[in-house]
Write a protein that binds this ligand. Sequence first.
Ligand code: SF4
Ligand code: SF4
Length: 423
Amino acid sequence: MDENTQLKTKEDVSHEKGGNKTMKRREFIGKSAFGLFTTGFGIPLLKAKPVQENTSYKLIYRTLGRTKLRIPIVSFGVMNTDSPDLLKLALDRGITHLDTAHVYLRGNSERVIGEVVEKEGARDKVLIATKMAFAKDRETGRFSEKGSERSPTATPENLNNQLELSLKRLRTDYVDILYLHNCDTPEMVQYEPMMKAFEKIKKEGKARFIGVSFHTNEPNNIRAAVDAKIWDVLLTTYNFAQEHREDVKKAIQYAAENGVGVIAMKTQGGRRLQERGEIEVNHKAALKWVLEDENVCTTIPGMTTFDQLDMNMSVMNDLALSKTEAQELNAAANLKGKLFCQNCKACIDTCPNRVEIPDLMRSYMYVKGYGNYIQARDTIAELPDKHGLNTCLSCSSCTASCRTGINISSRINTLLEERLYLG
Ligand code: SF4
Ligand code: SF4
């Protein structure tokens, strides 16, 4: 397929997507609620608040670096839902880029994308991105030679096996973007055996473009991705609450200047709107904050409800961050201990057992921010035996501390109360 076939006829801004649906709203909510209530994969039942009738959105497109793909600035991170109805509505409304990973919802994220895209006959209109993660040695910041079923060793053979299974689930013979997922360090970003294997897959046509993703150490990893010269796209954490957001911004600019497409994730700091007992983040403002940086092509907020889809897409109707919104974000970003774990790893040294606390804080975010117990459980299951949540189970009192004021002990207690330890 010609790499520019998709989306190239669309204009930068088009109007009235989603305003003229064949399925009536009431019918849709009914069907969608059924979809959600039957997920069966541990995602809590989500209340589908009726969304506005006759909703219409602008679609604003940007170009994804040298791939030349034109993508709406709001895409769909399909990490927390396996609702076909929600995906279908997103596609109906003009979203064209679906982001998943081999491990999301234990394969059910890829499966539902495959089903919906095939049923809608939309393969040539939808950009599918998936990601492949491999075992890490957390001490050295390199890939580990010891793998497991869920987190295999980083070898070309394991990459190909994962990709074959992903393609089968996605009901396609190629993906649009294939990522080397969750790299912690420049060494992982530039790990030669993987770079060669990804290039081979691209040459074979199983991935149109290749990329790399990271949740930590973003400025260094972004620069390493650009300097590696082979990655077409990078997927990075980027939000208003990152302490080093100005460094991330500069690194993103470096990527854009060098033709590497930038996609932002964790754009809203991983918080569900109106989470009780915690600060309420203005999620619309948070998304606007990221999109004010025009070097970011698109964002992949994780969505589980129709009103989240509405809220995220409505950002395109009014992209400018107001003074009040900027003030709200500043206040939220400066509130220590309430928000986003920076994944700086400083707390690990404060635990006598060197538990992988940042991953536990990420698991807490999956539970409390997204309601995604599967992702939390799987993240915890990947941790080394002596440095995971089970170690906390037998620890009499938590002495670990966070330099930004997160109450580590309380969050670990929540994970324990939710019985997310192993065994
Ligand atoms: S819990 Fe605090 S110290 Fe630990 S990684 Fe997160 S922000 Fe850093
Ligand atoms: S509960 Fe104990 S083992 Fe767990 S993080 Fe706190 S100090 Fe470390």
